[in-house]
Write a protein that binds this ligand. Structure first.
Ligand SMILES: Nc1ncnc2c1ncn2[C@@H]1O[C@H](COP(=O)(O)OP(=O)(O)O)[C@@H](O)[C@H]1O
Ligand SMILES: [Mg+2]
Length: 321
């Protein structure tokens, strides 16, 4: 049995102007202990996907799916009360901005302990928190326990959030741009920590980032999302060394390369449109160098071949990479 099974997930908002679709026909699954990446520019629907799995969307968000099961539980039929029992326990989430996820007026150690209180864990709570703080590489954990969020650096705060997310040894950790706000050195440390926790606790990680290099350094498989559609998915090394969708190629060409440091950095032309301006046909066609007439009227189907998925009528050829 897969840990997470997502079949035909769509996420939309009812606005006064009509329904706006953020995510469409999303299909993927995760095995226990696996690290799956979701990559795509801002506005691709990555966070909405994460929030939908966690049951953290607002009332105006409509989530539909043929299947949305976690650990055998159909998530769409859970009440908020039932969701609270699994959230923070068997599945947890960390975000880009640790400061906004923390209470500024409560010592950080107490905030980690709150997770244990919420899930009725009794004996030795404080010791458990301190052990977990050490586990995520926080120095002087006993003292740090009593400190306020503003006294900690961004990297330390992210470690607090990771401790909070991991203290009950969840089966799934969703990390939504967890290193985006951090500088490169701290980013590398946090990625190392997450890799270690993944091995140690066999926690599966759904790792979300707009940064392909970060995805490559931690994930086994990757799913490329654009305007709520999977454009391409497969084992990370294969997708990166041989991108088939022009969008994936664009994302890869936008990464700074040390050996090309004198040349201007490539940018995918145009920008991600707001949901109200979603183009017909392939969502990426207005920005795509390979687009033909057909791409503007017909949505390419997502074709599965073994471990790979591809949505494109005119895939990238070898000499275009
Ligand atoms: N509460 C909301 N109401 C309406 N539109 C929203 C809401 N939240 C997000 N969106 C829109 O949904 C799209 C996907 O957003 P999001 O999942 O946050 O993208 P990403 O995380 O990939 O940057 C964006 O166009 C965003 O503006
Ligand atoms: Mg986001």
């Amino acid at each position: 049995m897969n840990l997470l099974e997502v079949r035909d997930l769509s996420i939309s908002f009812s606005e006064p102007t009509g329904t706006q679709v953020a995510v469409s026909e999303l299909n993927f699954s995760m095995k226990e202990g696996e690290i799956l990446g979701i990559v795509g520019e801002s506005g691709s629907g990555k966070s909405m996907t994460a929030l939908s799995i966690m049951g953290l969307t607002s009332a105006k968000t409509k989530i539909e799916a043929e299947t949305l099961t976690f650990n055998g539980i159909p998530l769409l039929s859970l009440s908020e009360r039932e969701f609270q029992k699994i959230r923070g326990c068997t599945m947890s989430i960390i975000f880009q901005e640790p400061m906004s996820a923390l209470n500024p007026l409560l010592p950080v150690g107490r905030q980690i302990e709150e997770v244990l209180v919420r899930h009725s864990q009794e004996p030795g709570r404080k010791d458990r928190v301190i052990r977990m703080m050490k586990e995520v590489g926080l120095p002087r954990a006993e003292e740090l326990y009593h400190q306020m969020p503003h006294e900690l650096s961004g990297g330390m705060l992210q470690r607090i959030l990771i401790a909070m997310a991991m203290i009950l040894q969840p089966k799934l950790l969703i990390a939504d741009e967890p290193t985006t706000a951090l500088d490169v050195t701290v980013q590398a440390q946090i990625l190392r920590l997450m890799r270690r926790l993944n091995t140690q606790y066999e926690t599966a990680i759904l790792f979300i980032s707009h940064n392909v290099s970060v995805i490559r350094s931690i994930c086994q498989r990757v799913m490329v999302l654009y305007l709520g559609y999977i454009m391409e998915a497969g084992p990370v090394e294969e997708v990166i060394s041989r991108p088939m969708n022009p969008y994936t190629l664009g994302l890869l060409k936008s990464i700074p390369q040390p050996k090309m440091k004198d040349q201007p950095l490539y940018n995918i032309p145009g920008r991600v449109p707001p949901l109200s301006e979603r183009p017909a046909g392939c969502p990426f066609h207005p920005r795509c160098y390979k687009a033909e007439k057909r791409c503007s009227t017909e949505l390419p189907p997502l074709v599965e071949t073994g471990d790979f998925q591809l949505r494109c009528f005119y895939p990238v050829k070898d000499d275009e990479r």
